[in-house]
Ligand binder design. Structure first.
Ligand SMILES: Nc1ncnc2c1ncn2[C@@H]1O[C@H](COP(=O)(O)OP(=O)(O)OP(=O)(O)O)[C@@H](O)[C@H]1O
Ligand SMILES: [Mg+2]
Length: 251
């Protein structure tokens, strides 16, 4: 479980996060949604420790992360898997080397154990046999799956995905969402996905946190979201013609 309390983050005069509270449960995919610039990525980075919030606390299974020194943070970081926006693979490394990289840094596994683990993770994301390919030889969806394979290589307790569907076609997006959901169940990890993809929200939005101008405007499930009477949320959710049409069939 991850709990955040009263998170504030500014960049100069730009007060980006204005006191965010939330609880993210294990074994469940939680979504952070909101318009561009609403602070989603900033919040995710505050949670994983890539940004230091000026105020507020982040607890990983009741351990207070924000005030830990860098040595103590390593023990939590080992349990974190992260899929970055644009996958952030190392272009000069093969698929296998990309996955083994984290195992080299954080484990004392033998070479064979690391390769076996890489093979297991690649099989899990349906990319068996791609070990020797370079990122430039992969499609966008394949890169995301390598990013996921890398994120799960250390059997994470906490899985973070920033825009896992950006740039993917709807069918591939659904496969990625299903994969993230399955892995969350398998590892019982606490998973947080940042997205503005309404298909994902409707597909896997069991718990949704809606940010607007750096504030938590609303939280709930996708079903509750469709019925919610919050103008800022409705403007976001029903912005596309498809969702507008869906709303008319619901009413
Ligand atoms: N490293 C940074 N330095 C300065 N300002 C930043 C930095 N990162 C984010 N910001 C600012 O914080 C605000 C929120 O940015 P953030 O990236 O969190 O938005 P977002 O909700 O993820 O948007 P998007 O959907 O476009 O990815 C923006 O005004 C942005 O300019
Ligand atoms: Mg972002």
């Amino acid at each position: 479980m991850i709990e955040i309390q009263d998170i504030h983050k500014s960049f100069g005069d730009n007060h980006v996060l204005k006191g965010i509270d939330a609880i993210f449960e294990p074994g469940r995919v939680s979504l952070i949604i909101g318009g561009s610039g609403s602070g989603k990525s900033t919040l995710l980075k505050c949670i994983v420790g890539l940004h230091q919030p000026e105020q507020g606390k982040v607890y990983f299974d009741r351990q207070e992360f924000t005030q830990m020194d860098s040595e103590d943070r390593v023990s939590i970081r080992r349990d974190i898997g992260m899929l970055f926006q644009n996958s952030a693979l190392f272009d000069s490394m093969t698929v296998e080397q990309n996955i083994v990289f984290g195992l080299d840094m954080f484990t004392d596994m033998s070479k064979k154990e690391k390769i076996d683990r890489a093979n297991f993770c690649l099989e899990r994301v349906n990319l068996k046999g791609t070990n020797k390919l370079y990122p430039a030889e992969l499609s966008g969806g394949m890169k995301k799956r390598v990013g996921i394979a890398r994120a799960i290589s250390m059997s994470p307790k906490y899985l973070f995905c920033d825009e896992p569907n950006s740039g993917l076609d709807p069918a591939t997006s659904i496969l990625i969402d299903e994969l993230i959901q399955e892995l969350t169940g398998e590892y019982q990890c606490t998973t947080i996905v940042v997205t503005h993809d309404m298909n994902s929200v409707m597909g896997i939005g069991e718990y949704i946190l809606f940010l607007h101008k750096g504030e938590k405007f609303w939280e709930g499930s996708n079903e509750e979201m469709l019925q919610a009477d919050v103008a800022e949320l409705n403007n976001f959710v029903f912005a596309s013609p498809l969702m507008k049409a869906a709303r008319n069939t619901i009413k």
